[in-house]
Ligand binder design. Structure first.
Ligand code: UN1
Length: 448
């Protein structure tokens, strides 16, 4: 914290385009080291190599994007009500940004927070997830190599109680940005409230794919496999429930289950493997807990349901891709975030019913519809109260130059990535310059 505080005045004073140039150099370096960083990440947290390359790529995209913001950060100029008066708005950094980041996107998500914070002139203290400090250390290392001055980014490893809590409570932190569970997000919000500290929260999801009776089923099945089991279901955007029109339910369920069963689970460094492990034993137990809950609620286990141990699965917390059928929207398996390779299928009779089911949960991150009917696509697009929506694509795969985040208990009204991230990490200052040479009174003087 002391290092971040000492570095702030000089970093803030460095012209924003120069800060952007450092970010640009960091992006170039990430491109060069992409393969090495991806391998480290797979070894650290288990995602398959194709996905960890994607994670590093997302950090590259974000870093280039925010490097460009060094020469933008547009404010407003607007005519004054009064003669000989000029006015404009400019952004200023908040100060020290305290970042608390998750293990599922161990480089992409830190970059979503760090790069906008830095280009705006904030200094950073980051606490990486306990399970993935290496990927954040690698990102910080790249920034150092790119010429970031000492003290501008600081990383502190450790658990939530030892590092996270003191970080969010520290009086010198101006903005806390957190990605993780809704339960922890609430604690972050409460910790920030007494001092009115800025607080950006990105939390849980229970994302939905709607498969309509006119959908291209091959496409929908492929999308559901990727959305449900990509990253072992450990994305906040993961498609963990699928409403399927009753007319195509049986056909969809059969081919979805066939695909899920065939997924090759194992070591993410093996190019043949399609799905890696759960992050740790606690997470795998959570998955097993939900399998029990779903079975107890009367959901029908269509495939999976067990941990995978021994042999190729000896070193990791593997679990079978699991599908529950005939789920009702009120079951816990249809409403609660699992964060693992478990998908529930919910039969519905119409688009209206699918939308109602979709909006009935506490979260609002991502949703998607598979249909060939443009009227249905636009209706679903309008009616789903989520921060992200897809047509004929699964719920995962957001790009860095559109706002990322969700409604209801997924977020607290902010968005990351895109220019919206600039709002999180800056304050506005409105500036009025009177060059009339006498006192002009706004409002009082109007109409004279
Ligand atoms: C997350 O799951 O926390 O949209 C982030 C996606 C990715 C980011 C996911 N680009 O699925």
């Amino acid at each position: 914290m002391a290092a971040a505080r000492d570095a702030f005045p000089r970093w803030r004073a460095l012209p924003a385009p120069k800060r952007g140039e450092i970010l640009f150099r960091a992006a170039e370096r990430l491109v060069q080291k992409k393969e090495e960083l991806a391998r480290d990440m797979t070894r650290e947290m288990g995602k398959v190599l194709a996905e960890t390359r994607g994670d590093v790529q997302e950090a590259i995209d974000m870093t280039y994007y925010m490097a460009g913001e060094g020469r933008r950060q547009f404010g407003q100029t607007t005519p004054s009500e009064l003669p000989d008066k000029f006015q404009m708005s400019v952004r200023m950094p908040v100060g020290i940004a305290g970042l608390i980041t998750p293990w599922n996107f161990p480089m992409a998500i830190p970059s979503w927070k760090m790069m906008p914070a830095l280009v705006l002139g904030n200094t950073v203290v980051i606490k990486p997830a306990t399970d993935t400090p290496l990927s954040v250390a690698n990102l910080v290392g790249v920034l150092e190599e790119a010429g970031l001055p000492p003290g501008v980014v600081n990383m502190v490893t450790g658990g939530g109680a030892d590092v996270g809590a003191p970080l969010m409570q520290h009086e010198d932190v101006g903005i806390v940005s957190f990605t993780g569970s809704t339960a922890v997000g609430r604690k972050v919000s409460e910790a920030c409230a007494p001092a009115f500290k800025h607080c950006h929260l990105e939390m849980g999801g229970k994302n939905l794919i709607m498969v309509m009776d006119d959908a291209r089923l091959d496409l929908a099945v492929e999308g559901a496999v990727w959305g449900g089991f990509g990253t072992t279901g450990q994305r906040c955007t993961a498609a963990s429930r699928i409403t399927v029109h009753k007319k195509v339910y049986r056909e969809f369920a059969e081919s979805f289950v066939e695909r899920a069963r065939a997924l090759r689970v194992g070591d993410g460094l093996d190019p043949e493997v399609e799905m890696g492990p759960c992050i740790n034993e606690a997470q795998r137990r959570t998955v097993e807990g939900y399998v029990k809950i779903a079975a107890g609620e009367g959901a029908k286990l269509l495939c999976g349901g067990h941990r995978l141990e021994g042999g190729a699965w000896a070193h990791g917390y593997f679990h079978e891709p699991t599908v529950f059928g005939d789920c009702s929207p009120s079951m816990r398996i249809s409403r609660e975030e699992v964060f693992g390779p478990v998908v529930s299928l919910i039969p519905v009779g119409s688009l209206e019913e699918a939308i109602e089911v979709g909006n009935s949960v506490e979260y609002g991150l991502s949703a998607s519809v598979y249909t060939q009917d443009i009227n249905k696509a636009f209706t679903a697009m309008r009616e789903m109260y989520t921060g992200i929506f897809y047509v004929n694509a699964p719920t995962i795969g957001a790009e860095t130059h559109l706002p990322f985040g969700g409604t209801k208990h997924t977020g607290n009204g902010h968005r990351e990535a895109c220019v919206q991230a600039l709002e999180v990490f800056s304050e506005w200052k409105s500036i009025y310059i009177d060059y009339s040479g006498h006192l002009q009174r706004a409002q009082i003087d109007t109409g004279e």
